[in-house]
Design a protein around this ligand. Structure first.
Ligand code: FES
Length: 149
């Protein structure tokens, strides 16, 4: 099994690890394959619905930690709508690939982000959530990650 240099770099020196105090949104998800867990906390600018800050805690394998690190770098500064459009395939591409048996680890970040975004809109019923948010979460929960291996 071969990891790219970028995976090794993010695993050895993860960016945005930790928790935001008094976050505006939180997402916690677990992998049905391995039981690993990822938590995302967000600081959001209410006026622009932009992700001002993001931190993660991942209780999981090295690939999941690298995924969490690169994903948080990719979405920082984006609007939540833009962040929602980033898929696990985009994350794998950014990491210059993952071994096939580790692709399921990349789904954690995409799902954690979607759940965190959902928590923001639940707390702000006056705002309109991004189109397709609930469907995306439903889909990610029902995905059989083995199908991607
Ligand atoms: Fe569990 Fe990678 S093996 S997230």
């Amino acid at each position: 099994m071969q990891y790219s240099e970028k995976v090794m770099e993010h695993f050895a020196n993860p960016q945005n690890a930790g928790v935001i105090e008094n976050p505006d949104a939180m997402g916690e998800v677990g992998s049905v394959i391995c039981g690993d867990i990822m938590k995302i906390s967000l600081a959001i600018d209410d006026a622009t619905e932009t992700i001002e800050d993001i931190k993660f805690q991942t209780f999981g394998c090295g690939a999941a930690i690298a995924v969490s690190s690169v994903f948080t770098e990719m979405v920082k500064g984006l609007t939540m709508r833009e962040a929602l459009a980033i898929s696990n395939d985009d994350v794998v591409t950014e990491l210059e690939g993952l071994p096939a048996v580790k692709v399921h680890c990349s789904v954690l970040a995409e799902e954690g982000m979607a759940v965190a975004i959902q928590s923001y809109y639940e707390a702000h019923p006056d705002k309109t959530p991004p189109e397709g948010l609930a469907e995306k979460i439903e889909h990610l929960k029902s995905v059989d990650p083995h199908a991607e291996e």
